[in-house]
Design a protein around this ligand. Structure first.
Ligand code: URA
Length: 439
């Protein structure tokens, strides 16, 4: 095929054939066509869009452009979970053990964090001894024995996505619903689980700022799942402030453990139970989401969720005592400083991106992929949206092992809080659930 002719179809607003899409993906992956031609095609797709059929065909071709682990030797229904990204989101550590405790099989590959967003692999690296880079056989073995494993992504999953994403990042073509959907779903489908729970974040600190756009993204991704023959459900959840109170690797592991002990903040506990409930339902261990939630709540109450996390940590070489005494096992940062409130009123907003940047400034996040991070750095929010505050109250505490980083991090963290005279309206955390007829 001639790349100029294929680009022309999309440039002029036409529909690409399956063959043209498959050829474009394979020619990109084999470097048969140049980056500027790939970028031109991505821009044409960005501007003129892709219909559901084209989006699904692009996703499948991208899925097949890299390696695909074969999970079939693990008995039971494997359920994956993906969040589109949120500051303080540690639900992989709190919801997945609850789901596994109720019979779902979780074989999960996660990534490292970059910029203001954290990565589950970094969080798990805060547990002494925990090995995230398991061989495929070791990974499968942990899932067979415990029902859950979370490892770093070692395989070359959806190779075309790496090429496309790098080009989209520098050509202003990231925020396109079909391209985001194909990027996320190609990786999730390649990882081979039977069902996928998507947590589509909506709000100021998310890719999608409003419910209509988040709904479109959720519908596009569930539609791709249905066309690929997988059960895919998307929960649209609010990302108007950080989730829970802890941001930063060690601090987030500790908070996930607190959730599983029944002592976690309300929002992250509610979301963990709801996500786990949906995963249990997708694994066909419950008749409905409601029943799944009740099962997850029971596993939280009787400690089976915490036991599951402990088993996974032990299965991957980590110190299981972290679940009993996180501070003793993971340690705490050398330095901390409180950010103090300067006015009376109510917290109306906590800008999530700003808190993420403050945590990164404290040392918890990377600016470049090869930066070394301070696992114990981060922030604990003492006040959340809706809380009444008075002069002198602590809004949050910033932690770091490097004292020189504290001041700038505190200044940034303080700017994240919006205090007003009146209390804000209470808004729900779970905004919508999109099933697209797949369950
Ligand atoms: N996350 C992804 O993996 N891909 C996108 O395109 C956007 C967010």
């Amino acid at each position: 095929m001639d790349i100029s002719e294929v680009i022309k179809v999309k440039r002029d607003g036409g529909k690409l054939s399956k063959e043209e899409i498959e050829w474009f993906v394979s020619a990109s992956t084999s470097h048969e066509i140049a980056d500027y031609q790939i970028s031109a095609m991505l821009m044409a797709m960005f501007i003129n869009g892709l219909d559901d059929e084209e989006t699904a065909q692009l996703t499948i071709a991208m899925r097949d452009s890299g390696e695909k682990p074969d999970l079939s030797s693990i008995p039971g229904i494997k359920v994956d979970k993906h969040s589109t990204g949120g500051v303080g989101d540690k639900t992989t550590l709190s919801a997945c053990p609850l789901a596994a405790a109720c019979g779902a099989k979780v074989a999960k590959m996660s990534g490292r964090g970059l910029g203001f967003t954290g990565g589950t692999v970094d969080k798990l690296s805060a547990v002494p001894g925990y090995v995230t880079a398991l061989s495929e056989e070791e990974f499968f073995d942990v899932v067979r024995k415990t029902g859950i494993s979370v490892v770093s992504q070692t395989k070359n999953i959806a190779a075309a996505d790496k090429i496309f994403y790098a080009l989209r990042d520098v050509t202003a073509t990231v925020d396109s619903i079909p391209l985001i959907s194909a990027s996320i779903m190609s990786k999730k489908l390649a990882l081979g689980s039977d069902a996928i729970l998507l947590d589509v974040k909506c709000g100021e600190a998310a890719f999608m700022n409003d419910i209509d756009e988040a709904g479109k993204l959720a519908r596009t991704m569930t539609e791709i799942g249905a066309r690929a023959g997988k059960k895919v459900v998307a929960m649209i959840t609010a990302m108007d402030q950080p989730l829970g109170k802890a941001v930063g690797n060690t601090l987030e592991v500790k908070e996930a453990i607190e959730v599983l002990k029944g002592n976690g903040p309300e929002d992250i506990t509610e979301l963990s139970v709801s996500i786990a409930g949906m995963m249990i339902y997708l694994a066909e261990k419950a008749e409905s989401h409601e029943q799944g939630k009740a099962m997850a709540a029971e596993a939280l109450k009787d400690g089976r969720g915490l036991m599951k996390l402990k088993e996974m940590i032990e299965g991957q070489g980590g110190d299981p005592a972290v679940c009993d005494d996180p501070d003793a096992v993971m340690g705490t940062a050398k330095y901390s400083r409180d950010v103090v409130c300067k006015t009376d009123g109510y917290v109306n907003k906590i800008h999530g991106v700003t808190i993420g940047l403050a945590s990164m400034n404290a040392g918890a996040g990377r600016k470049k992929m090869d930066d070394v991070i301070d696992l114990r750095a981060g922030i604990i929010l003492e006040k959340k949206v809706g809380d009444a505050v008075s002069v002198g109250n602590t809004l949050c505490t910033v932690f770091a092992d490097d004292e020189t980083k504290l001041e700038e991090a505190c200044r940034t963290a303080e700017s994240a809080f919006v205090i007003e005279e009146c209390a804000p309206e209470k808004t729900p955390l779970i905004l919508d659930i999109v099933t697209n007829g797949s369950i």
